[in-house]
Design a binder for this molecule. Structure first.
Ligand SMILES: C[S@@+](CC[C@H](N)C(=O)[O-])C[C@H]1O[C@@H](n2cnc3c(N)ncnc32)[C@H](O)[C@@H]1O
Length: 213
């Protein structure tokens, strides 16, 4: 995602109630932050946050955490979400690179969403893909016993790669579609990238993969 530098991003981030700066202190204790025992779903690479916001509004009995690497994108997401008067209280944001995800969570996540993740097409960068063996091993440590990854992408090469790595890492595919918007999969909440692709008639690949269920 390309975004121009947001000049006052530090101020926006510092004054936000949504953004959790001391996420390392919450590791293993996120239920205290939400003050309930509801399941916790995270989106890695949330962009400007439309998907996670709409999910938090639609599912008040689930806690949602959006993770994003870049300050400017996080600042835009905060502005957008906090400009709504009644944004949901089951939503938080963390600014970090997902390569450090084990600093934030320990055996407490129920579902990970990977929406339109960067494809890193060059083979020498393949371990940076969010479904590489390196990342899947990190996710094993943040998930509870039952693990679930839900992925959407326009990129068929990343999708094929992910089918392979997920099955190599013990995941069982529950739902797979090469054309989500012409499938019988229901209750889809669109992301910003998805809206752009759908308007150009690009097919969206979708999967749900589970382990330990
Ligand atoms: C192509 S955009 C998709 C945004 C959003 N999920 C959507 O579907 O509209 C990918 C996003 O993932 C973020 N991202 C990529 N690698 C990341 C990482 N390792 N950790 C956290 N965020 C990452 C990028 O900064 C970007 O905002």
């Amino acid at each position: 995602m390309r975004l121009r530098n947001v000049k006052n991003k530090e101020e926006i981030m510092k004054s936000s109630k949504l953004l959790i700066l001391d996420y390392e202190q919450k590791k293993g204790k996120w239920k205290n932050e939400f003050e309930n025992n509801n399941p916790i779903y995270i989106e890695i690479g949330m962009g400007k946050g439309e998907f996670i916001l709409n999910n938090a509004s639609a599912y008040p009995n689930v806690n949602f955490i959006g993770i994003e690497k870049y300050d400017s994108i996080v600042a835009r997401a905060i502005q957008k979400i906090e400009s709504g008067n009644n944004y949901p209280n089951n939503l938080r944001i963390i600014r970090m690179d997902a390569k450090n995800i084990e600093d934030a969570f320990s055996n407490e996540i129920d579902r990970i969403y990977l929406n339109f993740s960067d494809p890193w097409p060059k083979k020498r960068h393949s371990e940076r893909r969010l479904t590489s063996n390196t990342f899947l091993k990190k996710y094993d440590n943040i998930f509870k016993k039952n693990k679930e990854i839900v992925m959407k992408t326009d990129n068929i090469d990343l999708f094929a790669y992910s089918l392979e790595t997920l099955s190599q890492n013990g995941y069982v595919l529950e739902k797979v579609s090469l054309d989500l918007h012409n499938s019988d999969i229901e209750n889809n909440i669109m992301t910003e990238y998805e809206q752009k692709f759908v308007s150009k008639n690009v097919k969206i690949n979708f999967l749900t993969a589970k382990k330990g269920v």
